[in-house]
Design a protein around this ligand. Structure first.
Ligand code: BES
Ligand code: ZN
Length: 594
């Protein structure tokens, strides 16, 4: 099936890419990838083929022994440039030779000083949502799937890892380059799941299907933190069906990675800030692992259907967490999530189309959809469907859903058709239209109930009455109780209370960037001016947008800090991935600070 995708220039009626063969030379000195890519199409193409690209420097295009004409014939800031290949004459293959730009949106090139070890440079990619086009021209739409193979040439001393199967390593060959790593991805993937990383990486195995890549300095800690992944896979398979991607490894990235995790197939990319020394953030892995089904196997057809990826994954994450960490913990997380969801909906406007599950059709900037709304609202909607028909029927539905659509992309409408046919009871009892196509939240639904959350609300109530909690009271709190406490504090509190809470919650010792995200936002709103150097240090190190954007927002919204935010951003911008820079610039522009 073909889908209209407002975030892509491609015209799928012309034909579709089926396979790509890459030869990639990684040049740290120029911060460019030199690529020769041979594309195979699903069938012969006559005439034109449009591909998405972003600042790609194309040198040559050829097919079946002849040169192909081409031009970049239209373009804009967000979508990049449309590459128009001309004069295809029943050809089903062509080769492009090109270089990526040092400004390629998907790539972050890090100096040695920005890595854990400080000795080798590092490169990694982040293609979701529409950044694959800055690495290679493609039909950059999640409705197109292709297989690929790749040879990656890297300088001596560094290792290449891809979200694919490693098939060979050739040390010491190539034109002045030390090693060639060869990969293949035999399962068809959408372009946003293409992923590459190069750095001083070592590998440690957890079990027959799982392991972790990390810099030598963090491999020990990472191996301990995520050692339970094999068990996690078994639980995920019980819920979602067989794992179809072979291995499931992790790759720990430097802390400037813009996300907590990215579900690249076979190899989840992960922020190093998820290593807490407590196994306290393994639900992040549960989330990325669940994407191996909900997202990677069954994929949103367009970014307007993003909730099909993230809402389903958040639902699966909650089911697996319930088994692994218990119902109390899952209820707590759900109650916290509901409060977060309402907070974000109020910020964007309860009647904004961005609070609908199906997102507005004319939006090109797919990254702008990345709020937590599709995650939590999507999850709560699926829970409503589960309540309506009972867990037994819903679980059978999940397995059938995966089996029916694996390696396919689908729209919200196709999903709803399937739901109606397979679970008519859900359609009768749940106001599906309201959940999916209307803004905000329905008046009546099974809102999360959690006694662990309520305990924290009592402490917060007492605080509002003038009694501060003691260290003992907070000592045994679950991570999500600490979150709930920080989340529930009044927006503005006395500065000495900020200091007091930092102490009794042992924020420094726990070293959890998630806590500091809430904490700094409160400090700023409360006028705790001397916290600014610590905020700058945090912003210069942590890239996870979920954590740093709330701090930027707090600085913008608070009178005393408003003037500091842009200079602070200018000082740290070089340490961040372009995706993060772009997001912060967006906030500054909206506030007329840029
Ligand atoms: N696929 C997302 C990350 C993403 C979303 C990248 C949109 C680009 C565009 C990933 O699975 C994710 O959701 N990560 C979250 C963590 C999750 C546990 C909420 C993150 O990075 O914060
Ligand atoms: Zn996700």
């Amino acid at each position: 099936m073909e889908f209209k995708d407002s975030a892509s220039y491609s015209d799928l009626a012309q034909g579709k890419i089926k396979h790509i063969d890459f030869h990639i030379v990684v040049d740290f000195s120029t911060r460019m990838l030199d690529i020769e890519a041979t594309y195979e199409l699903q069938g012969p193409v006559q005439g034109s083929l449009y591909l998405d690209s972003y600042k790609v420097d194309l040198k040559q295009a050829r097919t079946n022994g002849r040169e192909l004409e081409w031009e970049f014939d239209t373009g804009d800031d967000i979508l990049g440039e449309r590459l128009h290949l001309k004069g295809l004459d029943g050809d089903s293959t062509f080769t492009l030779m090109f270089r990526t730009s040092p400004e390629a949106r998907a790539l972050q090139w890090l100096d040695a000083t920005q890595t854990a070890g400080g000795t080798h440079p590092f490169l990694y990619s982040q293609c979701q949502a529409i950044h694959a086009r800055s690495i290679f021209p493609c039909q950059d739409s999640p409705s197109v799937r292709f297989t690929y193979s790749a040879e990656v040439e890297v300088p001596q001393g560094v290792v290449a890892a891809m979200a694919a199967e490693q098939v060979a390593v050739q040390e010491g060959s190539g034109h002045g380059y030390a090693s060639i790593f060869s990969f293949k991805m035999p399962q068809p993937i959408p372009s946003y799941l293409f992923a590459l990383a190069v750095g001083n990486l070592v590998f440690r195995e957890f079990g027959p299907r799982t392991g972790v890549y990390a810099e030598p300095d963090v491999i020990e800690a990472a191996s301990w933190e995520f050692a339970e992944n094999e068990i996690k896979m078994t639980e995920a398979e019980k819920l979602l069906g067989p794992y179809l991607w072979g291995r499931y490894d992790l790759l720990v990235l430097p802390p400037s990675f813009p996300y907590g995790g990215m579900e690249n197939p076979r190899l989840t990319f992960l922020t190093s800030t998820s290593i807490l020394g407590t196994r306290g953030q393994t639900s992040l892995i549960t989330h990325e692992l669940a994407h191996a089904w909900t997202g990677n196997l069954v994929t949103n057809a367009t970014w307007q259907d993003f909730w099909l990826n993230e809402g389903w994954t958040t639902y699966a994450e909650s089911r697996i967490t319930e088994v692994l960490e218990g119902k109390d913990v899952e209820d707590l997380r759900a109650a916290f999530s509901e409060k977060q969801l309402i907070g974000v909906m109020e910020r964007v406007g309860m009647d904004s189309p961005h609070t609908c599950l199906k997102l507005p059709g004319d939006e090109k900037d797919a990254d702008s959809f990345t709020t937590i709304i599709p995650y939590y609202k999507g999850c709560f909607f699926l829970k409503e469907c589960e309540y309506a028909v009972g867990r037994k029927h819903f679980d059978a539905f999940i397995q059938k859903y995966m089996a029916s659509f694996h390696f396919q992309s689908l729209t919200t409408e196709a999903f709803l058709d399937f739901l109606k046919a397979e679970l008519p009871g859900a359609f009768e009892k749940v106001n599906v239209h309201k959940w999916v196509y209307e803004p905000g939240l329905p008046e009546e639904w099974h809102r999360p109930q959690s006694h662990l959350y309520d305990d924290v609300q009592e402490v917060l109530n007492a605080y509002e009455q003038g009694t501060r909690p003691t260290k003992q009271q907070a000592q045994d709190w679950h991570r999500f109780q600490i979150f709930s406490f920080l989340q529930g504090l009044p927006r503005k509190i006395p500065v000495q209370d900020c200091q007091y809470f930092e102490d009794i919650l042992e924020l420094e010792k726990r070293n959890d960037a998630g806590y500091y995200s809430f904490f700094y936002a409160t400090c700023i709103a409360s006028g705790y001016e001397s916290v600014l150097p610590s905020v700058e240090q945090f912003m210069g190190k942590i890239g996870r947008m979920l954590y740093i954007l709330p701090i930027v927002r707090a600085m913008i919204e608070t009178d005393w800090s408003r003037g500091y935010v842009r200079p602070l951003f200018e000082r740290v911008r070089d340490r961040h991935h372009r995706i993060t820079v772009y997001a912060i610039e967006g906030l500054l522009k909206k506030a007329e600070l840029l």
